[in-house]
Design a protein around this ligand. Structure first.
Ligand SMILES: *Cc1c(COP(=O)(O)O)cnc(C)c1O
Length: 315
């Protein structure tokens, strides 16, 4: 089966979810996972630029920009943000302006992520770290002169109710399109929104959701996942967070993780990103070797992020 990316040509819910229903599930036969039946759902293939979970978080926000007659989408992020990259690409593709509020001073050389974003037409506004910390306060947009009519603000990472609704749809699609019945579904977590919204969507099924924290989160992921689940569903369902697989912290990429990623990619042909999906796969590999998952049927979600691979080239 050829695994080619789809390409979102229209800003249209029906097209988006039809495309999402065609995303392939691949069975992973690899000695890195000797004791489980492992599959991966390839949401990195949704679109080369508007990919992974960021696409699900964006879709309703993008539709809303158009329905409100707005012409500009403003959002925030760091220098390697998958969300900034996807938002800039979506603005270029679907014909509206984008502004990215970026943490820190403008560097002399932009990261590949930000240089793409600028090329896609995004206006980059660099703000000090102190100002950036105020991004959740009410006057933030006003102080930047960005609160006029025609402007829609989407928080960092696409973390708003619209974002959660898009991820909920992914949950529905999972139940509809899974090739087998899974015992567990593993995914990488940054904020926990994707984990929480999926948990809210999967109420009917017996699948256990496991989120792998890619940062030293001190409990914030579980908290946020519970919050977003509450916004998506009435019944609370148990989710698990693996909090010791961050490999040193956010965007830390030690040699053993790089070696694992190379082995995984060579053995499976599936590319991973260093910040999120490599850590998720590594955590599952360790858990499998520890023997606690024997015989389970496990689905990994490929949440995208491949634009960030250029980070490891720099290293
Ligand atoms: C943003 C991101 C995540 C984390 O999503 P959250 O909803 O913030 O937990 C996981 N994987 C990739 C590739 C991402 O870009």
């Amino acid at each position: 089966m050829p695994v080619r990316p789809r390409y979102l040509t229209n800003l249209n819910l029906q097209d988006f979810f039809e495309t999402a229903c065609e995303i392939p599930y691949q069975k992973i036969d690899s000695e890195l996972f000797p004791n489980i039946e492992l599959w991966i759902r390839r949401d990195d293939l949704l679109d080369p630029l508007i990919s992974g979970n960021k696409a699900y978080k964006l879709i309703y926000n993008l539709i809303e920009v158009r329905e409100q007659g707005a012409d500009t989408l403003v959002t925030c992020g760091g220098a390697w943000s998958n969300h900034i990259h996807a938002t800039a690409a979506a603005g270029a593709r679907f014909g509206f302006k984008t502004v990215g509020i970026i943490r820190g001073e403008r560097p002399r050389v932009l990261s590949p992520t930000l240089s793409d974003a600028e090329r896609f037409g995004m206006t980059l506004r660099f703000v000090s770290r102190a100002d950036y910390r105020e991004r959740h306060s009410s006057g933030f947009m006003n102080r930047l002169g960005l609160d006029g009519p025609g402007i829609k603000y989407v928080p960092e990472g696409g973390a708003n109710q619209r974002g959660a609704e898009g991820v909920k749809q992914l949950g529905t699609i999972l139940e509809k399109t899974s090739p087998i019945e899974f015992d567990e579904c593993w995914l990488a977590c940054g904020t926990g929104l994707t984990l929480g919204a999926l948990a809210g969507a999967l109420n009917s099924s017996g699948i256990r959701l496991v989120g792998v924290s890619v940062l030293k989160d001190g409990g914030s992921i579980e908290r946020d996942a519970r919050y977003w689940q509450g916004r998506c569903a009435d019944v609370e369902r148990q989710v698990s967070v693996v909090s010791e697989a961050h490999c040193g912290g956010y965007a830390k990429f030690p040699d053993y993780l790089a070696a694992f990623q190379r082995n995984f990619e060579r053995g499976t042909g599936v590319p991973l990103d260093p910040v999120y999906t490599a850590k998720m796969a590594y955590a599952l590999h360790r858990e499998d070797l520890a023997g606690s998952l024997s015989g389970r049927r496990i689905l990994m979600l490929h949440t995208g992020g491949l634009q960030g691979c250029r980070k490891s080239i720099k290293k």
